[in-house]
Design a protein around this ligand. Structure first.
Ligand SMILES: Nc1ncnc2c1ncn2[C@@H]1O[C@H](COP(=O)(O)OP(=O)(O)OP(=O)(O)O)[C@@H](O)[C@H]1O
Ligand SMILES: [Mg+2]
Length: 1051
C-alpha cells in the first residue's frame, strides 16, 4: 500500500507521531501548514484525526475514494475521514460493539461537514438492499431538513449548527445500516426573534420565501421578500451570496417527502413556520392606560388561519396575561414591552417545540421495527466553541457543552490513559496537560456552580434581575482562576469588561458573557394563556407540542440551563458506554477563505484542543490495550498452546500467545490486567492473522459441519438403501421361491412325463414328449452325419421317435448321397466305375484289396516324358490310355526286367526303352490271372498258336488292382479274369507251360524256385504293416541273390 501513496501524500508526515521534534509546537504547526498548502487537510495523531477546514471543495470524497478506503487497514492509506469511519465500522462488525465518532472543534471548523462525509461513506460502502435503500436515503436526507430548521448563518459560519446533534446509525448483524436515531440538544431559540448583526435567522424562513411557489406563499399569507419580516431583518443580511436558499428549498422539500412527511404534515409544518414570521410582524401600540393593543390584525388573522386558533383569543393572549389570584384567574393587560416579549416568547416556543417534533418525526421514519440486536455508530456533531463580540446565555450553554466534550476527551484519552498505565504498573512518566474539569465544575457544580446560582436567581421570589444574578455570582464565586467580573478583575482587565459582564477562562479561551437576558432565557417562560391558546390549535403539530397536561401541572419546569446540564450528562453517559474515535476539526482562518492559514488562530486551537499533549501521550504510550481475557479470547486461535482453550492464568496465556505470534519486546507491555500494544501496525498484523485463521477455522468448522450433515445424510441413505435392499431381496426371494415352486412343478411334470414317455400321448407326458422331441430334433440338427459313409453317428432317438428318426436318417442319407453324387466329376465317376469293376473282380478274393479301396485309381502312372520318345514315336497314332511301370519276368529264366505297360484303346504294349517289346491285342487276349495273395504279380494270357506269339506275359506291378482293373475293363475281359490259389499255369510258348507258385511267407519275394517254378512269396498276413508288405518295384529290381530278385519286403 505504501506504493499507493503519491508524492503529495508524503508532504510532511501523515502521522504526527512520526514527527522528529514531536514536543515542538512549531514543528507541529509547520507540518499542519505544509500539508494544508497541498490541500492535505487530514493528518493523524495515532488514531485521532486532525482535520483542517479547506473552505473549498476538494475531490477527495469521490465514490472511488470511498471504495478505496473500504475495508483497508487504518494506516495503509493516507489519512482520511473515511479511514476513521471505516475503522470504527470494521471494529464494530468484528467485535460486535458500539462506537461513536466524536467530532469537535470550534464553530466553522468543519464538524457538520465531517459528520456528513461519514454518513455518506456508510451510505455508499455498506451493503444495501432495496429496503435498506429507503433507510439509507432517510438517514442522508434527514440532514438537510434538520439543517434547514436548526442551522443558521452566524458570524463564524454560514451554516452554523444552532443545536447539538447526536445521531446513532444502527447496523444489523451483517453490518447493513438498518435504522437511526437522533438526539437533539438545546436549539438556540433566541435566534427566532433576534439575530446579531450580519447573522441570519434559521435557514428555513429564507428557503421558504425564496423557493416556495407563489401558490404556497399565497396560502401561507407570505410575501416573497424577506425584508418584509421583522424576524428576518435584524442581522441585516437576509441575502447571502454563499447560500442558495432556492436550491436548498428544493432539497428540503424533496427530503421531507423521502423521510415520510405527508402533504398534510408539510402543510402544518409550513403553517408553523409562516405563523412565526407573521408573529414577528405583529406590532403593538399603547392605549391611554399604557395597555398594549395590536396595531393591525392582519397577521393575527393569518396566524389564526394557519394554526387554527380563534383570532380574538389569540389577540387577547398576546396582549394579556392570566394571573391566578387565590381561586380566581384574572386577566391582566400587558404593556407594549411585555406584549413584545410575550410575542417573541411565543414565537420561540412554537419554533423550538416544532423543532423537537421534527426530530421525533424523523426518528419515527428512521426507526427500525426489527427487534433483533443492533450495533450502533454514533456521530456527535454539536455546535462548536464560539466567541462573539457580545455573548449571551446561548454562547454560555454552547461553550459549556464544548467544555464537557473536552472533558470527555481528556477523560478518555489523556487522563484515563495515563492513569491506566500507572494502575497497570506500566513504567510511565506523567505528561502534563490542562484538565478543564475545574471549568466544568465552575459551571455545573451543585449550589456553587454558575447554573445553580442562575437557577436560584430565577426561582428567587422578589425582584431578581440579570444584575442581581451577577452579584450572586460575584458573591459565590469570588476567587476562581477561571472566573472574572468587572468587579473582581484587576485594573487592566476591568477596562476590557462592562459592568454587566462576567468572563470565563474556557479551555479554548476567554469569553465575556453579558448577563442581559440570562434569567428570561433560563426561565423560558411563556404566559399560561398563550399556552392555552396553543393547546386549542387545530394545527396538529402545535397541538402535539402544547399538551393540556402541561397547564395542569403546578410544578415549575426545570430551567433551560439545568435541562441542558442533564441532557449533556445523559449524552456523556451514552458516549462513555461506547468505543470512541476522534476527529478534531481546526479552523485555518476566521475569514472563511480557502488557502489561508492563520498561524495564530491555528496555534491557539492546537493548544486548547490539547493536540500536543495528545501527541506526547501517543508517542510515549501505547496505541492499543485490552484486558487479558478478551484479548486471549479473540486471538487464542493464533497459538497452538492457547487454542482451543487456555487453562492457566489469562496473563500467561497472553504472554505465550504474543511470543508465539512474534511480538518484539518493545512492541508490547504486559500490565496487571491488560496487554498494551505500542504500535497500531502490530495490532493490525495480529488482526489480519486472526482474520486469516478465522477463515481457515471457519472452513474447518464448515467442513466438519458439512461432514456431519453428509454423515447424517449418508446414514439416512444407508438406512433407506438397506430398507430398499430388504424389500428387494424379499421380492427376489419371493420370485425365487415362485420360480423354485414352478421348477419343482416342471421337474415333477418332466419326471412324470419321462416315466410315461413310452405311453401314448396323454396330458401327463404331452409336454415331456414335446420337449424331448424338440430337444432331440435340435440336437440332431447339430449332430447330423456329414458324409454318406458315416453310418454310426446318427443320434439315438427316444423310443417314441424311432420312426421319425429313421425317416429323417434316410432323408439325410439321400440328401448326402445326392449331394455327393452331384459333386462327383466325370473323371471321378469313371474312377469310381473302375473301382466298382475292381470290386467285382477282387473283393473278397485277393488279399490287399480292401486296403487298396481307399486309394483312388490314377489315370496313368506314367507321364509322357517317362516314356521313351522313340517308343512314343512308334505308337504315335494311338492314345495311351494308361501307362504303368511293371516288371516283366521272362518266361524261361524268370529274369525280372523293367518294362512299361501301356494300355491303348484296343491293345496293350510292353515297352522296353525305345522298343515296343510286345503288343497284345485285346481281341486276342485270353484272360488275366492273379493270385489270391497280396503279391502284385499278374499274368496276361495271350494266344500262343504260333511261334510268333510270345506266350503269356508275367508282370509284377505296384498297382496291381488298378492295372488289372483297367486292363480288364479296356479289353472287356472281366469274365476272363481269374484269381488263382497256389499255382498258376501259364504258356511259355506253344505247347510249353510254366508255373507260378504263390505262397505266403515272411517277406515278399519273387524268384525261380528249385522246381523251376516262379516262386512268388507274399507276406503272410495283411494285418502287418502295409508299407512292409509292399515292396516297390525299384527294390524288386535290385539283385539280391543268385536265384533272382529278393523282395526286401512284401506288397
Ligand atoms: N471538508 C470540507 N471540505 C470543504 N469545505 C468544508 C469542509 N469542512 C468544512 N467546510 C466549509 O466550512 C463550512 C463550515 O463547516 P461546518 O458547518 O461543518 O462547521 P461546524 O464545525 O459544523 O460549525 P458549527 O459549530 O458552527 O456548526 C462549511 O459550510 C463548508 O463551506
Ligand atoms: Mg455544525
Amino acid at each position: 500500500m505504501e506504493a499507493a501513496l503519491t508524492a503529495r501524500d508524503r508532504v510532511g508526515v501523515q502521522d504526527f507521531v512520526l514527527l522528529d521534534s514531536y514536543t515542538s509546537e512549531e514543528a507541529f504547526l509547520d507540518n499542519l501548514r505544509k500539508r494544508f498548502r497541498e490541500n492535505l487537510i487530514y493528518t493523524y495523531i495515532g488514531t485521532l484525526l486532525v482535520s483542517v477546514n479547506p473552505y473549498k471543495e476538494l475531490d477527495i470524497y469521490t465514490h472511488k475514494k470511498k471504495e478505496l478506503y473500504q475495508g483497508v487497514n487504518f494506516f495503509e492509506l493516507p489519512p482520511h475521514i473515511y479511514a476513521i469511519a471505516d475503522n470504527a465500522y470494521r471494529v464494530m462488525c468484528t467485535e460486535y460493539n458500539n462506537h461513536f465518532i466524536l467530532i469537535s472543534g470550534e464553530s466553522g471548523a468543519g464538524k457538520t461537514e465531517a459528520s456528513k462525509k461519514i454518513l455518506e461513506f456508510y451510505a455508499k460502502t455498506c451493503q444495501t438492499t432495496e429496503q435498506l435503500q429507503v433507510v439509507r436515503d432517510r438517514l442522508l436526507l434527514s440532514n438537510p431538513v434538520l439543517e434547514a430548521f436548526g442551522n443558521a448563518k452566524t458570524l463564524k459560519n454560514d451554516n452554523s449548527s444552532r443545536f447539538g446533534k447526536y445521531m446513532d446509525i444502527q447496523f444489523s448483524y451483517t453490518g447493513a445500516p438498518v435504522g437511526g436515531h437522533i438526539l437533539s440538544y438545546l436549539l438556540e431559540k433566541s435566534r427566532v426573534a433576534h439575530q446579531n448583526h450580519r447573522e441570519r435567522n434559521f435557514h428555513i424562513f429564507y428557503q421558504l420565501l425564496e423557493g416556495g411557489d407563489d401558490e404556497l406563499l399565497r396560502w401561507l399569507g407570505l410575501d416573497r421578500d424577506p425584508l418584509l419580516y421583522h424576524y428576518l431583518i435584524q442581522g441585516e443580511c437576509a441575502k447571502v451570496s454563499s447560500i442558495n436558499d432556492k436550491l436548498d428549498w428544493k432539497t428540503v422539500r424533496k427530503a421531507l417527502s423521502v423521510i415520510d412527511f405527508t402533504d398534510h404534515d408539510i402543510d402544518n409544518l409550513l403553517g408553523v413556520v409562516a405563523s412565526v414570521l407573521h408573529l414577528g410582524n405583529i406590532q403593538f401600540i399603547a392605549d391611554n392606560h399604557g395597555r398594549a393593543n395590536i396595531t393591525v390584525d392582519k397577521q393575527v388573522r393569518w396566524i389564526s388561519k394557519l394554526l387554527g386558533v380563534h383570532v380574538l383569543v389569540l389577540q387577547e393572549g398576546l396582549t394579556h396575561k392570566k394571573i391566578e389570584a387565590k381561586a380566581e384567574e384574572v386577566l391582566s393587560p400587558l404593556s407594549v414591552e411585555q406584549a413584545v416579549c410575550a410575542r417573541d416568547a411565543l414565537a420561540k416556543a412554537i419554533y423550538g417545540r416544532t423543532f423537537t417534533w421534527l426530530v421525533n418525526k424523523i426518528n419515527q421514519s428512521l426507526a427500525n421495527q426489527d427487534a433483533t440486536r443492533k450495533t450502533v455508530i454514533g456521530l456527535l456533531d454539536i455546535y462548536g466553541f464560539e466567541v462573539f463580540d457580545v455573548n449571551s446565555f446561548e454562547q454560555f450553554c454552547i461553550n459549556y457543552c464544548n467544555e464537557k466534550l473536552q472533558q470527555l476527551l481528556i477523560e478518555l484519552t489523556l487522563k484515563s490513559e495515563q492513569e491506566e498505565y500507572q494502575v497497570e504498573g506500566i513504567q510511565w512518566e506523567p505528561i502534563q496537560y490542562f484538565n478543564n474539569k475545574i471549568i466544568c465544575d465552575l459551571v455545573e457544580q451543585k449550589h456553587k456552580g454558575i447554573i445553580s446560582i442562575l437557577d436560584e436567581e430565577c426561582l428567587r421570589p422578589g425582584e431578581a434581575t440579570d444584575l442581581t444574578f451577577l452579584l450572586r455570582l460575584e458573591e459565590k464565586v469570588p476567587a476562581h482562576p477561571h472566573f472574572l467580573t468587572h468587579k473582581l478583575a484587576d485594573q487592566k482587565t476591568r477596562k476590557t469588561m462592562c459592568r454587566g459582564d462576567f468572563r470565563l477562562i474556557h479551555y479554548a479561551g476567554e469569553v465575556t458573557y453579558n448577563v442581559t437576558g440570562f434569567l428570561d432565557k433560563n426561565n423560558d417562560l411563556l404566559y399560561r394563556n398563550l399556552k392555552e391558546v396553543m393547546c386549542s390549535s387545530t394545527n396538529f403539530i402545535v397541538k402535539d407540542c402544547f399538551v393540556t397536561s402541561e397547564l395542569d401541572t403546578k410544578k415549575r419546569p426545570e430551567t433551560v440551563a439545568t435541562q441542558f446540564k442533564y441532557s449533556l450528562a445523559g449524552l456523556i453517559d451514552i458516549l462513555m458506554s461506547k468505543e470512541p474515535s476522534y476527529v478534531r476539526c481546526v479552523k485555518p482562518n476566521d475569514a472563511k477563505q480557502p488557502g489561508r492559514f492563520d498561524n495564530v488562530l491555528v496555534r491557539h486551537q492546537v493548544k486548547y484542543l490539547g493536540l500536543m499533549e495528545h501527541l506526547r501521550v501517543r508517542r510515549a504510550g501505547f496505541a492499543y490495550r485490552r484486558k487479558f481475557d478478551p484479548f486471549l479470547k479473540r486471538y487464542k486461535m493464533l497459538c497452538p498452546d492457547t487454542w482451543p482453550n487456555w487453562h492457566g492464568p489469562a496473563s500467561e496465556g497472553v504472554e505465550r500467545l504474543v511470543k508465539h505470534i512474534g511480538y518484539k519486546q518493545d512492541e508490547y507491555k504486559m500490565g496487571k490486567t491488560k496487554i498494551f500494544i505500542r504500535f497500531p501496525k502490530t495490532l493490525f498484523a495480529t488482526e489480519d492473522a486472526y482474520q486469516a485463521s478465522k477463515n481457515a477455522l471457519v472452513a474447518k468448522l464448515q467442513a466438519k459441519y458439512k461432514g456431519k450433515l453428509q454423515r447424517g445424510e449418508f446414514q439416512k441413505q444407508k438406512k433407506a438403501a438397506i430398507k430398499i435392499e430388504t424389500c428387494w431381496r424379499g421380492i427376489q426371494a419371493r420370485q425365487d421361491a415362485g420360480k423354485r415352486a414352478w421348477a419343482v412343478k416342471v421337474i415333477k411334470k418332466f419326471i412324470k412325463g419321462f416315466m410315461l414317455r413310452n405311453q401314448p400321448v396323454c396330458p401327463e407326458n404331452k409336454e415331456y414328449l414335446a420337449f424331448a422331441r424338440y430337444n432331440y430334433l435340435m440336437n440332431l440338427r447339430k449332430k447330423l452325419p456329414k458324409n454318406v459313409l458315416d453310418k454310426k453317428s446318427w443320434l439315438k432317438p427316444p423310443a417314441f421317435m424311432a420312426t421319425t428318426s429313421e425317416l429323417l436318417r434316410k432323408l439325410q442319407m439321400r440328401t448326402l448321397v445326392r449331394k455327393y453324387c452331384r459333386g462327383i466329376s466325370a473323371q471321378r465317376k469313371l474312377q469310381m466305375q473302375q473301382k466298382v469293376v475292381a470290386s467285382t473282380l477282387f473283393k473278397g478274393k485277393k488279399d490287399g484289396y480292401l486296403q487298396s479301396v481307399t486309394k483312388p485309381f490314377s489315370d496313368s502312372r506314367l507321364r509322357e516324358e517317362d516314356i521313351n520318345p522313340k517308343a512314343l514315336q512308334l505308337i504315335r497314332n494311338e492314345r495311351i490310355k494308361y501307362g504303368v511301370p511293371v516288371i516283366k519276368y521272362n518266361r524261361n529264366g524268370f529274369k525280372p526286367r523293367p518294362r512299361q505297360l501301356l494300355l491303348m484303346q484296343n491293345k496293350a504294349y510292353i515297352v522296353e526303352e525305345e522298343k515296343l517289346k510286345q503288343k497284345i491285342e485285346y481281341s486276342t487276349l485270353k484272360g488275366v490271372s492273379v493270385s489270391n495273395l497280396s503279391d502284385g504279380v499278374f499274368v496276361i494270357h495271350v494266344p500262343c498258336e504260333n511261334n510268333k506269339q510270345k506266350g503269356d506275359v508275367i508282370l509284377q506291378c505296384d498297382h496291381v488292382f488298378e492295372t488289372v482293373t483297367k486292363l480288364c475293363t479296356m479289353a472287356s475281359k472281366q469274365n476272363s479274369f481269374n484269381i488263382v490259389q497256389g499255382s498258376l499255369k501259364f504258356t511259355i510258348e506253344p505247347g510249353k507251360e510254366g508255373i507260378v507258385d504263390f505262397t505266403s511267407g515272411h517277406e515278399s519275394q519273387v524268384f525261380k524256385g528249385k522246381n523251376g517254378h516262379l516262386m512268388v512269396v507274399s507276406p503272410g498276413h495283411w494285418g502287418l504293416d502295409h508299407a512292409a508288405r509292399h515292396t516297390p518295384l525299384a527294390a524288386v529290381l535290385r539283385p539280391t541273390s543268385e536265384e533272382g530278385i529278393s523282395l526286401a519286403s512284401g506288397w
